[in-house]
Design a protein around this ligand. Structure first.
Ligand code: BGC
Length: 804
């Protein structure tokens, strides 16, 4: 077996550079939610409490876990910057509690694993340990800490396979946390609350607590978490992060919250709110939130002026000037929203971040967007169009406070494209209708009626895929079984020959390496590459992991881990040191596509170094509900922001020849409860305007080479068995030319059907393996699947392998 893992464990130049980038992204992704002037603070003696002080959560669990050389926790970050911690006692007590809890967690899961079943295995694959809150802080302890400054870090873990619950200690603070915060806030002069969570939590219990001077949403900020947090707290770096979702007062403020995940009854989840997801709901129906979408404070103040709107062919341009009017340096994110007649009160259509502005400095910017950003999908006619009417443009630094700038007036409806009705439910699902809105008489009006468009008529007819001579040669020569082997992977562990990336979760066929078809490796993300840190190579050249790459190993009986893992005293050890970037939810808070592209570039560089061909990222499902267990892996509740950031990642990674992204999970995969069987039921308008929009931006602008279909069904049809989704929309409408692979273990009993996958335009069934190959061969024999369709799938994958 060959590998590019290295024999030296020295820190490389690449590691240093990427770590610096992870730090920058973390700093820009941290959002300052509240500050009465207490921040920034100077290094000195402080009291530090809370689960995240030492057990800082750097990223989520499950396939999103990234194993790095070292992660900097909050305690370490603070100490490094010159803080001294006077609550070491509490921290030590917490440590003991944490370890006891973890032991119990492992024992309980070991017991569960004894009743071995696929369901239990899937459940445990990503079981997350919910951290204890620690014990009660006493007044005496506070007095003994001999400082007037306290930082309290609340942490929450979540991950694959489970949604969170609107319960204490989960989405809500628990009693100990509330009491501890109350006491600390009342006794310390300066009390700073830090939220180390992958998604938002309910903060309503804090409303009755006096004395909280600042709240910092740190998110899950990757390997440089502690360092980045400290830099923001001390003002070494300026807080410039903005929320990429709305922060409701409480869970029950989410429309139709009872129809979600753990609270939903039955396999169908009805998307009754339609397009009114997140701020689209709160703004259109005038509901208050704790913090609006796009919100985030700075240590300085900004003014936006000299705004002007111009038309340029089919683009609308907002010209403005951002001035730092405060007395410290800072950065600002300018956001442009538009109201849609009969639809959303506000829709994000453009955003841009300033560079670092010193006090008094200003920056001119032009925020440009194509007028098609104002379009809607009209279900009755199956058309994408810009309805006649008035579109109010708003400019500001969050959705709520953005100010009306002008009215774009469209006198006649503009049809952009004509479609076929696709992925339609059999009855109307959305139950909300936007209220009538008053016009704003005194705003400047700009006529957009004469902007010229060619209406696109999509062609859904069957087209024969064209491959080059080499690929055609293999396709003609291969027997059905050989074709089937290139229409799926070779199982979770791969085969014992060919090239190997330790830690890869998918592998391709190694049968024809001598004939010139190399095997390729698939590795997880999205917060970096999920690889094996240390592996041992035995005398026969076989590579075995030394460290467990996923937490599931913790629950296995010792004899099994001994069998699966190599000993660390092994003679021939190879290493892979990757970068743990912040999770996507924290990355999104940078609102900085350029920086996010650099992250993609950095990951691409690591892929090149270790020989990874497919990165199973970025993930850009919509954050529909704050309880979804995988929200931290996704960017935002807004498809425009999600799509732009995902496209930036794609460009960065794929700027490295032969390195490919796999955008996932396509599509409408917004909850973890019953993830293999549930159906997301929604109207076609909702599907296109919200849940597909980000994917379409990522495909058209980022040109990803691969797409991963989601586990769930859409309106009763498995995504992996959905030709309208995987072929008609993805390939025929958006022009996608890459491969579609299933999510892991999407097919089989009570899951998607293998033959239907291939017939729907899926090219790779992952992780595949012997059983899947056999099923496909049988399906061809029984004429359930025709050989030409199998050739098309295998051909698409082979073309990518051979043209790296
Ligand atoms: C996840 C995917 C992941 C795959 C491979 C699945 O359980 O849903 O996001 O890429 O596993 O690890």
């Amino acid at each position: 077996m060959e590998t590019k893992a290295v024999r030296s464990d020295q820190v490389s130049q690449r590691e240093k550079e990427n770590k610096e980038l992870a730090y920058q992204i973390a700093c820009e992704g941290i959002v300052l939610l509240e500050n009465d002037g207490a921040l920034p603070i100077r290094p000195g003696k402080i009291a530090l409490f809370g689960a995240g002080s030492t057990y800082t959560i750097f990223g989520g669990s499950g396939s999103g876990e990234v194993k790095t050389r070292h992660n900097v926790n909050v305690l370490e970050g603070l100490k490094e910057a010159g803080f001294s911690i006077s609550t070491e006692d509490w921290i030590e007590r917490y440590d003991a509690l944490w370890k006891k809890g973890k032991e119990k967690f492992i024992k309980d899961n070991q017991k569960k694993l004894l009743q071995f079943s696929a369901r239990i295995l899937a459940d445990l694959l990503a079981a997350e340990y919910l951290y204890p809150s620690g014990d009660r802080i006493s007044e005496e302890e506070i007095r003994d800490s001999k400082t007037d400054t306290c930082i309290y870090v609340v942490s929450r873990q979540s991950g694959e396979g489970h949604d969170r619950k609107d319960e204490k200690g989960n989405f809500r603070l628990d009693d100990i946390e509330i009491e501890n915060i109350r006491l600390c806030a009342s006794m310390y002069e300066c009390f700073i609350l830090v939220l180390n969570t992958g998604c938002i939590i309910d903060l309503s219990d804090l409303d009755q607590i006096k004395g909280i001077n600042a709240i910092v949403y740190m998110g899950q900020a990757g390997m440089e978490s502690g360092r980045a947090l400290t830099a923001v707290l001390t003002g070494k770096e300026t807080p410039s992060g903005k929320l990429a979702l709305s922060w409701p007062m409480r869970y029950t403020d989410i429309p139709f919250h009872e129809d979600f995940g753990p609270y939903n009854k039955g396999p169908h989840v009805l998307y009754k709110e339609g397009i009114y997801v997140g701020y689209r709901y709160f703004e259109t129906f005038d509901r208050s939130v704790r913090y609006p979408f796009g919100y985030g404070l700075s240590y300085t103040d900004f003014a936006i002026d000299e705004e002007k709107v111009t038309l340029d062919k089919t683009d609308i341009k907002v010209h403005l000037r951002v001035k730092n009017t405060g007395d410290r340096f800072g950065r600002q994110v300018v956001q442009v929203y538009a109201s849609i007649p009969g639809g959303e009160a506000k829709r994000l259509v453009a955003f841009s971040k300033t560079g670092k502005l010193e006090a008094g400095e200003e920056e001119k910017m032009v925020l440009s967007f194509p007028i098609s950003e104002l379009s809607i999908y009209e279900e009755e006619k199956s058309e994408t169009l810009i309805p006649s009417g008035e579109y109010i443009l708003y400019v500001g630094t969050d959705v709520k406070s953005s100010k009306p700038l002008c009215i774009l007036e469209n006198r006649k409806q503009i049809t952009l494209s004509k479609h076929q009705a696709l992925c339609k439910p059999d009855k109307k699902i959305c139950e909300l209708k936007a209220p009538e809105r008053e016009t704003m008489a005194d705003l400047e009006r700009i006529d957009i009626s004469d902007m010229r468009f060619e209406t696109v008529q999509y062609d859904y007819s069957k087209r024969k895929e064209v491959f080059d001579e080499e690929v055609n040669g293999f396709l003609d020569r291969f027997k059905t079984e050989e074709l089937a082997k290139y229409a799926c992977g070779t199982g979770l562990f791969g085969e014992n020959k060919g090239f190997k990336v330790p830690g890869a979760v998918g592998h391709s066929c190694t049968d024809h390496i001598d004939a010139g078809i190399p095997n390729v490796e698939f590795c997880d993300g999205p917060a970096g590459l999920r690889l094996q840190r240390r592996s041992a190579i035995d005398k026969k050249g076989k590579i075995k992991a030394i460290d467990a790459s996923i937490s599931l190993y913790e629950f296995l009986p010792r004899f099994l881990t001994k069998l699966l893992l190599a000993d660390e005293s092994s003679k021939d050890i190879v290493y892979q040191f990757v970068t743990g970037f912040p999770v996507a939810a924290t990355i999104a808070q940078t609102w900085n596509a350029e920086l996010v592209c650099k992250m993609g570039d950095a990951v691409g560089r690591e892929m090149e170094e270790y020989g990874v061909t497919y990165w199973l990222a970025p993930a850009l499902n919509i954050v529909r509900n704050p309880l979804c267990g995988r929200n931290y892996e996704y960017y935002s509740e807004d498809p425009f922001l999600s799509g732009k950031l995902a496209a930036a990642v794609c460009k960065g990674v794929q700027s490295h020849e032969g390195r490919r992204v796999t955008i996932k999970h396509f599509a409408v995969n917004n909850q973890e409860t019953d993830r293999y069987t549930m159906s997301s039921d929604l109207d076609e308008k909702t599907l296109r305007q919200i849940y597909l929009k980000g994917f379409s931006i990522a495909v058209k602008e980022g040109r990803p080479k691969a797409v991963m279909s989601a586990y769930n069904k859409i309106n009763g049809v498995y995504c992996a068995n959905n030709k309208q989704l995987c072929t008609d929309i993805l390939r025929k409408e958006w022009g996608f030319e890459g491969i579609v692979m299933t999510d892991w273990l999407s097919t089989g009993k009570d899951r998607a059907d293998e033959a239907k996958c291939i017939l729907s335009g899926v090219d790779l069934i992952m992780p595949g393996g012997k059983k899947v190959v056999q099923t496909i061969v049988e399906d061809v024999k029984n004429e359930k699947l025709d050989r030409t369709a199998l050739q098309t799938s295998a051909g698409r994958f082979l073309s990518q392998i051979l043209n790296q």
